[in-house]
Design a protein around this ligand. Structure first.
Ligand SMILES: C[S@@+](CC[C@H](N)C(=O)[O-])C[C@H]1O[C@@H](n2cnc3c(N)ncnc32)[C@H](O)[C@@H]1O
Length: 215
């Protein structure tokens, strides 16, 4: 396999960590599904495309990534406080942590920064995104996620949504979006998911609104 460079030519990505970054146009639209004024956790922030989109809409954001090289990259990207003054002590906190294996640390961050919602485009490998969704619904009433809808990533999906989540907003993209040369084509949709408090009944609508997006 040839040398991989990220879209900024910065360093190699690690395909085992699903390091395929959100195109800026999609990041902007995903950030538009957040509640106005939300204080946002972004697990798996990578190069920071979603952070940039959320901050541009006036949200406070804390980013977490397991890969310290991308944490360093994102910190540098947002180091110009005249442009990116986020209000958390005048900076955007970007921390190295494993979102799924350092849960107590994550819970502390949520409390410390009084975070209210999440925006994420997580690693899809082995349906990891469903584990993200599970933990995010423990942490928050709702989150916005960019999730794959191609078959190999969705085998547990129906069971998952039936038991755990309630889709309150879905915006499906008709196009297949090419995220990177290692991934081939991945079709994704951006959804807003809220906690559910009652078992699902047969006639219940889980899809409240659908919007078709074009890049
Ligand atoms: C699909 S990329 C998305 C990056 C960025 N959020 C974006 O939208 O451009 C997923 C990111 O999750 C990170 N990641 C993978 N597993 C993780 C874990 N267990 N905890 C925290 N970050 C993780 C990867 O390093 C990668 O940067």
């Amino acid at each position: 396999m040839g040398i991989q460079t990220d879209m900024f030519g910065y360093h190699e990505r690690d395909p085992k960590l699903g390091q395929l970054f959100t195109p800026p146009w999609l990041a902007r639209r995903a950030a538009g599904l957040l509640t106005p004024g939300a204080r946002v956790l972004e697990p798996g922030c990578g190069s920071g495309n979603l952070i940039e989109a959320a901050v541009a809409r006036g949200h406070h954001v804390v980013g977490i990534d397991v890969d310290p090289r991308w944490v360093e990259y994102a910190r540098n990207r947002f180091s110009d406080l005249s442009v990116y003054n986020d209000g958390f002590g005048g900076k955007i906190p970007i921390l190295t942590a494993d979102f799924l294996r350092q849960k107590d640390f994550v819970r502390r961050m949520v409390r410390e920064y009084k975070l209210t919602e999440s925006l994420t485009n997580p690693d899809y490998t082995d349906n990891t995104h469903l584990e993200y969704a599970d933990f995010l619904l423990e942490l928050f009433e709702a989150f916005v996620g960019i999730f794959p809808i191609t078959f190999e990533h969705t085998q547990d999906r129906d069971k998952f949504w039936a038991n755990v989540g309630r889709v309150t907003h879905r915006a499906r993209m008709p196009e297949r979006v090419k995220f990177g040369e290692t991934s081939g084509q991945i079709e994704v949709e951006c959804i807003r998911v809220a906690r559910r408090y009652a078992p699902r009944t047969d006639g219940e609508w889980i899809q409240v609104q659908e919007t078709t997006w074009r890049p």
